[in-house]
Design a protein around this ligand. Structure first.
Ligand SMILES: Cc1cc2nc3c(=O)[nH]c(=O)nc-3n(C[C@H](O)[C@H](O)[C@H](O)COP(=O)(O)OP(=O)(O)OC[C@H]3O[C@@H](n4cnc5c(N)ncnc54)[C@H](O)[C@@H]3O)c2cc1C
Length: 483
């Protein structure tokens, strides 16, 4: 292994430049003292976008209105201000393509970098993945990159984001081909595999959530001529956002009632009652969700492990479809596709995918509620796993993020939560090791905070965590004498 830079460790290395790493880096660049060195490490060709905002498909829309997506908690209008400066036409209530948010993040990162340089802060970007992190002399850490080089840092922020979706285990049927066989695509973000999909055959998507609908709109843009079947256990689709004009009205319900509730059942009953009251009074159930959002982490932390398990088993699909909603424009496209039969949704449990005579696959499932032995089937040209990102370290496919976390896990340097939702950290976002001890200098920010907060995967929450990590780090960094 070659040594990449000076033998002096950087004061901070940020690993991963999606939304979370970009937000941490920008805060750090503003606050680090002259003479500090910051490393930004990201293998993707386009920095500052990550999985969600790196899409090049104009039909992949944000699911939060533009007015609420600024980089900083204190300036949630940051993105809409940028959009209006640049393009004039947009309004704060509007839903816009995700790639525009990527442009905003990339520009904000480049500007912060320029200012940092002019203040004498050295910022270096390494276009590589980190595959291992090991202790080095004097409390520093050595980062091994996948190009064979290494670098040193006193503190490391992991902002490695989502793990790739886990392909559902294919039922053990004689002749069943494995995932990865041409036409059996295990990741909906594998551009090369998607490009090879036939343009006119029927397709089956496993899942009927946001990932499946992303793929459906991408297929529509490509002029796909075949029928698209979305198969999921319950056949639930994400609910739409309200129209652009209606303003959300959070804070209408007595959340103290939930804080005092003795458990999950009573919480659920209260939420249902409020939603019914909202409907009866001509208001919108989405206001109940909006009211809950800020309190969700505290409520989640009050649930026992058993209650969290019950929530995941029985309520999560309903929570997800009501909480993570579709932009109205995408909802209209989806409804039109369902009406014309271009798309259909099926509820059931996958039973087999086998090669069909003459090409393609026969997919069989047991419809939800049907008796044992009853099967439905479709003959399709290809199947795509759209079951959404995984958070299960050691189980998800070995992407650059998965490999690094698995290596830290093997060293006993991280603690995954009992429910497979993510990673455990302390109040300062330091990763807990396998014994539950916070690790000096090693931080995490990103969607795997879901394990501790449940509500932690979208920008409005991530920007708060990113700022907290950066502020904590800035308090740790010693002011150096000018060189
Ligand atoms: C398809 C999709 C759409 C979404 N849409 C929205 C939305 O509209 N609104 C909203 O609020 N939220 C949305 N989200 C939620 C999303 O979780 C957050 O908004 C946010 O993008 C998460 O950013 P992140 O930086 O934590 O993770 P990611 O975006 O996953 O970025 C992680 C980065 O780390 C890099 N990386 C990983 N491992 C390594 C390594 N070992 N070494 C170096 N670099 C590494 C990756 O290359 C990647 O660039 C969406 C999520 C998805 C998956």
């Amino acid at each position: 292994m070659s040594t990449l830079t000076s033998t002096e460790p950087a004061c901070v290395a940020v690993v991963g430049l999606g939304f979370s790493g970009t937000a941490v880096a920008i805060h750090l660049m503003r606050g680090l003292p002259r003479g500090s060195r910051l490393l930004l490490i990201e293998p993707a060709a386009r920095r500052a976008r990550g999985l969600a905002y790196g899409t090049r498909c104009a039909s992949h829309w944000l699911n939060v209105p533009a007015g609420r997506l600024g980089l900083e908690p204190a300036h949630e209008a940051g993105f809409i201000d940028w959009l209006q400066r640049r393009y004039g036409a947009y309004s704060a209530a509007e839903f816009v393509p995700r790639m525009l948010l990527g442009d905003y993040l990339a520009e904000a990162l480049a500007e912060a970098e320029q200012r940092a340089h002019s203040r004498g802060v050295q910022v270096q970007t390494l276009a590589a993945g980190v595959r291992a992190i090991e202790p080095a002399a004097e409390g520093a850490m050595r980062l091994a990159l996948d190009d064979g080089s290494t670098c040193l840092a006193e503190r490391v922020v992991l902002a490695t984001g989502h793990l790739a979706p886990e392909a559902p285990r294919l039922p053990d049927v004689p002749g069943a081909p494995p995932w990865g066989t041409p036409g059996l695509i295990d990741r909906p973000w594998d551009d090369a595999a998607l490009a090879a999909l036939p343009e006119d055959g029927d397709l089956l998507l496993l899942g009927s959530g946001l990932s499946a609908i992303d793929l459906l709109t991408w297929l529509q843009d490509r002029g796909h001529a075949g029928r698209v079947t979305m198969l999921s256990r319950r056949g639930l689709l994400p609910q739409p956002h309200r129209s652009l004009e209606a303003r959300p009205r959070p804070g209408l319900w007595p959340l103290q009632a939930l804080a005092d509730a003795p458990g999950l059942r009573v919480m659920l009953r209260s939420v249902r009652r409020w939603a019914a009251e909202a409907r009866a009074e001509g208001r919108d159930w989405r206001d109940v969700m909006a009211s809950l959002r800020a309190s969700t982490p505290a409520l989640w932390q009050r649930l026992t492990l058993r209650e969290r398990r019950q929530f995941l088993r029985h309520l999560q699909p309903w929570w997800d479809t009501h909480r993570h909603r579709l932009a109205p424009g995408i909802q209209h496209r989806l409804q039109a596709a369902l009406r014309t039969g271009q798309a259909e949704v099926q509820a059931g449990r996958l039973q087999a995918i086998v090669p069909a005579p003459g090409g393609g696959f026969e997919v069989r499932w047991r419809p939800r509620g049907a008796e044992a032995g009853v099967q439905a089937q479709r003959r399709v040209a290809a199947v795509v796993n759209c079951t959404g990102p995984s958070a299960r370290v050691g189980h998800a496919p070995a992407t650059v993020a998965g490999a690094l976390l698995a290596s830290l896990q093997a060293q006993g340097r991280l603690m995954v939560d009992e429910l497979g939702l993510g990673l455990k950290v302390d109040a300062a976002h330091r990763l807990l090791d396998a014994r539950g001890q916070p690790q000096p200098g090693l931080y995490y920010v990103g969607p795997m905070l879901k394990a501790q907060h449940w509500e932690a995967i979208a920008i409005p929450e991530l920007r708060v965590h990113a700022q907290a990590v950066a502020e904590h780090l800035l308090r740790q960094v010693p002011v150096r004498a000018p060189a």
